[in-house]
Design a protein around this ligand. Structure first.
Ligand SMILES: [Zn+2]
Length: 252
């Protein structure tokens, strides 16, 4: 039985939110720009604490550092059993560099303590990097119930990365965490995807992982005139709770 309190307990208990948010952002090679864009969205749009975001870019994007970062989140979750702890792992890079085996081990271990782990795979052929396929690494597949995976594109698609601008999927991911593109949306101010996100955010200034998925799917599935290859993001796994990954500001 899960004895963790839900968010409604928080005000009475005098704690801030009843949940803790962590992020591990990994970008080897030339993809630091995507990780930095997402880092800012987590800080500014989603209200993450700076100290809860671990950024591993370039030379620092090693397997050992990823394992250490997971261990830190795991330890924090263990030390705060009354908190719902959610972790976002974000990877931007070449699909050949995606640390699938390391992640399968790390998420398997962390899922005993961490309430929910969102793995964002921002690379070519992302859907093919499914962690649940790493069977030899993870015997207890039930723990994957706490893992949500977002793939920037399907198995056969490629994604273009840039040094000075965000790639297609990343751009909409960042925009969603910032509460929507608002007037800058390439589909105009009447864009249905933007309108829906703003509407859902208008109730309590939060949006769920479902809202973000819908926003990204809507925008990525249309030709936005950017000239970048078409990407069909794939979302697998479901929220373990009423997940509002963080507090968002509504688009204005
Ligand atoms: Zn839009």
């Amino acid at each position: 039985m899960d004895l963790r309190p839900d968010e409604s307990w928080a005000p009475e208990m005098g704690v801030v939110t009843g949940r803790m948010h962590y992020a591990i952002l990994v970008a080897p090679g030339e993809f630091a720009h995507d990780a930095e864009g997402f880092r800012l969205a987590l800080l500014i749009g989603a209200g993450f604490s700076q100290e809860n975001i671990c950024v591993l870019i370039g030379e620092a994007a090693t397997g050992d550092n990823i394992v250490s970062a997971f261990k830190e989140v795991e330890a924090s979750a263990k030390a705060n059993p009354l908190q719902r702890v959610e972790l976002i792992f974000y990877f931007s890079g070449h699909s050949g560099e995606f640390p699938a085996a390391i992640l399968a081990d790390a998420t398997h271990s962390a899922s005993h303590q961490v309430s929910q782990i969102l793995i964002i795979k921002d690379c070519c052929h992302a859907e093919a990097m499914d962690l649940t396929l790493q069977r030899e690494r993870c015997h207890a597949r039930q723990h994957h119930g706490r893992i949500i995976q977002w793939s920037a594109c399907s198995s056969e698609q490629t994604a273009t990365g840039f040094t000075h601008r965000l790639s297609r999927f990343t751009g909409y991911l960042v925009a969603a965490f910032m509460g929507g593109k608002s007037n800058e949306c390439p589909f105009g101010s009447a864009c249905e995807g933007c309108r829906r996100l703003a509407y859902n955010a208008s109730f309590d200034h939060t949006i769920s992982t479902y809202d973000v998925e819908a926003y990204i799917a809507y925008h990525c599935s249309r030709d936005d005139g950017s000239g970048q290859p078409m990407q069909t993001p794939v979302f697998t796994g479901r929220d373990t709770g009423p997940s509002t990954i963080a507090l968002f500001r509504p688009a204005t």
